[in-house]
Write a protein that binds this ligand. Structure first.
Ligand code: NAD
Length: 245
């Protein structure tokens, strides 16, 4: 039980990697707040986990929609131990065909959301003198990816955000790390990714197989637990050995 009685907020937890994280964390004893744009799906997943899972509808790009979950966690349990910023979108678009609205939407959901939710959660973590924040970036930041300029820019931004915030929050005993998944088999990937590109990526991994959401969740569990107490400001690849450094 690596997270016994810990309170964890997870965004984008109705599907894919976020759902895998919520299920693994709950199995390790955590109370999980499953925050998602699709509140019905989040509730369905939370009901399967049991009474320690709470579902909240939110849009991570809109600060006021995040408040109910954060306030519920603090009033009900008096603490927030873990925050996983996982919600994200990745629609493809050639750069020269990309509208300013598409650029802005990507920045608002994938990157500015971290500003909103960290502003809300950090005062509680500072008060506690403890906290673990895990930000789900992407291995595309290390490789670059055509037709995803707006996305990769946000994922690099998350790493810069995490490193700088780790320096600022270290004195408060708050740990902030990133995970960079590779090609993970999720519902979102099935909609947005080109199967030929995925086959090509898998053929270039050390492990020639698909990497699954629960395998990303395992590394998030490590970063959320006391096992990673000696590290902050770091980025861990979970990509089947695509990028080696
Ligand atoms: N799947 C991959 O191959 C892969 C690779 C690298 C990084 N990632 C990152 O992992 C994260 C999860 O990806 P996934 O493949 O599991 O995605 P997914 O599309 O399968 O699931 C994403 C979840 O986030 C929710 N969501 C979307 N926009 C939201 C918003 N504005 N507010 C709240 N919730 C919102 C969706 O409703 C959904 O439940 C994303 O940040 C993504 O960029 C995924």
């Amino acid at each position: 039980m690596l997270l016994k009685d810990k309170v964890a907020l997870i965004t984008g937890a109705a599907l894919g990697i976020g759902a895998g994280i919520a299920e693994l964390f709950a199995g390790q004893g955590a109370v999980v707040y499953m925050m998602d744009l699709d509140g019905d799906k989040a509730r369905e997943r939370a009901n399967r986990i049991g009474p320690k899972a709470h579902a909240f509808t939110c849009d991570v790009s809109k600060a006021e929609t995040l408040k109910p979950a954060v306030e519920d966690a603090i009033s009900r349990y008096g603490r927030i131990d873990v925050l996983v910023n996982n919600a994200g979108i990745y629609p493809r678009r050639a750069f020269l065909e990309m509208s300013e609205a598409e650029w802005d939407q990507m920045q608002d959901i994938n990157l500015k959301s971290l500003y909103h939710i960290c502003q809300m959660v950090l005062p509680q973590m500072v008060k506690q003198r403890s906290g673990k924040i895990v930000n789900i970036s992407s291995v595309t930041f290390f490789k670059g990816m055509a037709n995803l300029v707006h996305y990769v820019a946000t994922k690099g931004g998350m790493i810069g955000f995490s490193r700088s915030l780790a320096r600022e929050m270290g004195p408060h005993n708050i740990h902030i790390n990133c995970v960079t998944p590779g090609a993970i088999k999720t519902e979102g990937e099935a909609v947005h990714a080109d199967p030929k590109i995925i086959d090509d990526i898998v053929s270039r991994q050390c492990l020639n197989r698909r990497v699954m959401p629960e395998e990303v969740a395992g590394v998030c569990l490590f970063l959320a637990s006391h096992l990673s107490d000696g590290m902050t400001g770091q980025t861990l690849n979970v990509d089947g050995g695509l990028v080696l450094y």
